[in-house]
Design a protein around this ligand. Sequence first.
Ligand code: KMT
Ligand code: NI
Length: 171
Amino acid sequence: MKAYYFDNLPGDQRLPHDSGNPVAADDLGKIGVLYYRIGDLSGVDALAAERGYKNRDEITVSPEKMGDVYEAKVKSFFDEHLHEDEEIRYIRDGAGYFDVRSKDDQWIRVRLEKDDLLILPAGIYHRFTTDETNYIQAMRLFKDEPKWTPLNRCEDLNSNVQRREYVSQFL
Ligand code: KMT
Ligand code: NI
């Protein structure tokens, strides 16, 4: 894991866009973003049990796996959005970037690789992209039916329950 402020320069979203201004894991915690490095599935099982997660699946984001829709998928993952559930991702292979909004609404880029696990709280604005290798395999954990419908950023979401809870707890 490596986290830093996004440089906001134009160019391919899959490039690092590293401003050179790092962000510590502790500071991610202050906006509710939790990072763990977990070497084997028993560690994930323990975390899942502790947080009441019963279900999981695996997704591969790559042109090989997704074919013609890959480019469109990667673009849509990169639209700023929130979810009404936590988003837990455990990276099994490859790499990618989750961008999360800081307290002052800047983008913080979090690079994840194999064995990195990230928890994004419900209600945080974020986006995702693959890197230049165009390949990531991730496990997604969920409690029951996943409520991962991406809700794109807009004024109306200011009154969304999960957004309000996130704002009152962390911002
Ligand atoms: C998401 O929520 O945008 C994703 O799960 C992207 C693929 S998983 C690395
Ligand atoms: Ni998301």
